[in-house]
Design a protein around this ligand. Structure first.
Ligand code: LHQ
Length: 281
């Protein structure tokens, strides 16, 4: 997990790999040119999430979130699925952990880590995203879908409710009426329909998903990190504010952004007709 383009004088991959077992390849992370690509990697089970996998994912998220050399993150899956959610076989094993523990100790902190990360997160949805797998995609800031991707809130089929933030994220993404259909009926939403609903912002041919996500991540990584993080925060809390509060929050955040050297750099780059080199920090 080495990277190039690190601006902190060491490989950000080192920070990300700290404490992770190299023998466990169920979640892969690669850092290059200020972009971390996290890949769920249990393709035989459609990348369904086991406890060790969730713990590894959480450790990776914490490493990436705290690494200033990482400026954008791509989350994707190996094979024909993005993620089939909770590994249901694990639930059938003797003495599985309580759902309370699963959610409070693993799923919720994963979602929180994505939402609280300063970097923008792109879900590159390469195939089916089911249950908590769909919730992970919904938690990201941007969703790109391959033509063969789909979303299904399969919770109802096994007598559970949508979790991992889906009851919060889905209505915000597609509105209350569509969210109710998707969550209650559990119908599969294919990529084109997801685009029409605004659940994803782009659909690309299957073999173009990786390059499209990498190109978008590179664009995000070239922006001023502090302003990008603040924009993510403002958008992530937008539906919880009235207009006056939004105007106030923007004024406060903009004042801070305007006093950062990256704003001066952006202005200088504009008048000098050159790309900006943002330092962050
Ligand atoms: C799987 C899984 C899977 C294990 C496919 N587990 N093996 C949080 C807290 C704690 C507990 C409860 O849950 C939660 C949150 C949740 O995520 S609940 C929702 C869990 N997910 C689901 O209910 C989805 C279950 N999977 C499916 O409905 C289908 O597999 C989908 C629609 C994703 C894909 O269908 P197909 O394309 O027809 O593939 P398949 O069903 O044939 O699956 C391929 C293989 O993957 C198969 O294994 P096998 O050994 O027979 O080839 C499946 O058993 C395995 N797999 N999902 N969640």
């Amino acid at each position: 997990m080495r990277s190039s383009g690190a601006s902190s004088g060491r490989s950000p991959g080192e920070a990300v790999s700290g404490g992770l077992s190299p023998a466990d390849d169920t979640v892969l992370v690669r850092v290059a040119d200020a972009v971390a690509t996290i890949t769920l990697n249990r393709p035989a089970s459609l990348n369904a999430l086991t406890i060790p996998m969730k713990e590894r994912l959480l450790a990776i998220l914490e490493g990436v979130g705290g690494d200033p050399a990482v400026r954008a993150v791509v989350l994707t899956g190996t094979g024909r699925a993005f993620c089939a959610g909770q590994d249901l076989r694990e639930r059938l094993a003797p003495d599985p952990p309580s759902l309370d523990d699963e959610l409070r100790l693993r799923y919720n902190p994963i979602v929180r880590a994505i939402r609280d990360a300063p970097q923008p997160w792109i879900a590159a949805v390469n195939g089916v995203a089911a249950g908590a797998g769909a919730s992970l995609a919904f938690a990201c800031d941007l969703r790109l879908a391959a033509e063969g991707a789909s979303f299904v809130l399969a919770f109802g089929r096994i007598g559970l409710v949508p979790d991992s933030g889906a009851t919060w994220t889905l209505p915000r993404l597609v509105g209350a009426a569509r969210a109710a259909e998707i969550a209650l009926l559990g119908d599969t939403v294919v990529a084109e329909e997801a685009l029409r609903l605004g659940l994803v912002s782009r659909v690309v041919p299957d073999d173009e998903l990786g390059p499209a996500a990498a190109a978008m991540a590179a664009r995000l990584a070239a922006l001023a990190p502090g302003a990008t993080a603040a924009t993510k925060r403002l958008l992530g809390t937008a539906f919880d504010r009235d207009l006056d509060a939004a105007l106030e929050a923007e004024a406060e955040v903009q004042t801070a952004a305007g006093s950062h050297p990256d704003h001066a750099e952006g202005l200088a780059a504009f008048v000098e007709k050159r790309p900006a080199r943002f330092e962050g920090g």
